[in-house]
Design a protein around this ligand. Structure first.
Ligand code: SAM
Ligand code: SF4
Length: 393
């Protein structure tokens, strides 16, 4: 390993999944559930603690560099629940002094009112799901907040936390590059060091998929999507927040360190219903194994399993060299910094095909940095899936 990656100490992240939302947004296929009755948070705390203990017994001695509460809507958790989970993590592993602890929050006033409590619990970064700055669009997206409320929540986040980010969804029905440019400029005026900008994906089996199939939801065509993507890159770069990942923008140093754990192929534990993990039992590049883990998705069934077994794992697969190498490529090439080809070779047991790299380079889709890293070029990002498929073939 050289340059960018080598300067990073071995990272270990912990992901905690909170699987509940107040309502289900019609475009969303995340593991999120709506419940009429109040959630029994002490019961979840008990199960989170058990699953953390079981995971730590399997991968002991790690220093936790990042923690991420994702969802669902983690800003529906009581601050005391968040504090109890953080306490359990610190009891079983060492926690780095500069640990990044992020919580995903929905920007309603009720949730923003809990921000100080989260900070007292140990959260030092929030990521807010703003999605759009237009009330009509927010209603179409099924959101429970207005643009004003979202911007107020961003203001509260700015005053309470050291670091904050927010998400927007673009390439929405009828959105033109001009509309989006205006909205993005307004968003950048409120942004701190980080923004996540996702193109709307019509996910199978969602209400949006049904509307789309019935011709009632018209998403931008390929050319418009490309123009929207290019607009995003230009405006964000001009404001000092270039893309460091295909959908994520930051000022240098403001990157989400937790997500970098995924994209750089490091190790992470997944805790809670439907959480995914990658655990290294020994060093996978020199004979150890890397496990892909996933837990039961249904919250109540997860609780039952954890009560019975101490964990909710339903998947615990040893990845083959080929799978590790493909995943490394798939995740790493999303990053502007690209990958270290030597690490790919160590995982795969063979180097990337120089002829394929040369062909992609000739088409202007990939480039090799002075330090020898392989990365996707700006024109390559909109066709990233095809570039990865070609290299992995
Ligand atoms: C799992 S959500 C959790 C955040 C929080 N519950 C919220 O909705 O604000 C994480 C982010 O994924 C993005 N997202 C979810 N579904 C999407 C879709 N179908 N297309 C594009 N972005 C999507 C949204 O921007 C959202 O903020
Ligand atoms: S609030 Fe977030 S996680 Fe919940 S349904 Fe909406 S987008 Fe999905």
């Amino acid at each position: 390993m050289r340059d960018a990656e080598q300067k990073e100490p071995a990272a270990f992240g912990v992901y905690i999944h909170w699987p509940f939302c107040l309502s289900k947004c019609p475009y969303c296929d995340f593991n999120s559930h709506v419940r009429r009755a109040a959630i029994d948070e002490p019961r979840f705390v008990h199960a989170f603690k058990a699953e953390i203990a079981t995971t730590a017994a399997r991968v002991p001695g790690r220093t936790v560099s990042t923690i991420f509460f994702g969802g669902g809507t983690p800003s529906l958790m009581q601050p005391a629940t968040v504090a109890a989970v953080l306490d359990a993590i610190a009891r079983h592993w060492s926690v780095a002094p500069d640990v990044e602890v992020t919580l995903e929050a929905n920007p309603t006033s009720v949730e923003a009112a809990r921000f100080r409590g989260y900070r007292a619990a140990g959260i030092n970064r929030v990521s807010l799901g703003v999605q759009a700055l237009d009330d009509r669009v927010l209603a179409e997206l099924g959101r429970l907040h207005t643009a004003r409320e979202a911007l107020d929540a961003v203001g509260i986040a700015r005053s309470v936390f050291e670091r904050y980010s927010f998400d927007l969804i673009y390439a929405r029905p009828q959105q033109t590059p001009r509309d989006w440019a205006g909205e993005l400029e307004r968003a950048l005026a409120e942004a701190g060091e980080h923004l996540s900008l996702y193109q709307l994906t019509v996910e199978p089996d969602t209400p949006f998929a049904a509307l789309h199939a019935a011709g009632k939801l018209k998403i931008p065509d390929q050319d418009t999507s490309r123009a929207l993507y290019d607009t995003t890159q230009e405006i964000c770069a001009a404001h000092g927040l270039p893309a460091y990942e295909i959908s994520n923008h930051a000022r240098p140093g403001g990157e989400c360190r937790h997500n970098l754990v995924y994209w750089r192929g490091h190790e992470y534990a997944g805790v809670g219903p439907g959480a995914h993990g990658r655990l290294n039992l020994g060093r996978p590049d020199i004979g150890g194994t890397r496990h892909a883990t996933a837990t039961e998705k249904r919250p109540e069934a997860w609780l039952t399993r954890v009560d019975r077994d101490g964990h909710g794992l339903v998947t615990d697969d040893v990845l083959t060299r080929e799978e590790m190498a493909d995943e490394f490529l798939l995740m790493g090439l999303r990053l502007a910094e690209g990958i270290d080809p030597a690490r790919y070779a160590a995982l795969a047991g063979r180097p990337l095909d120089p002829l394929r790299i040369a062909a992609l380079r000739e088409h202007g889709l990939v480039e090799t940095t002075a330090a020898g890293r392989l990365r996707v070029s700006m024109p390559g990002f909109p066709v990233l899936d095809a570039v990865v498929a070609d290299l992995a073939a």
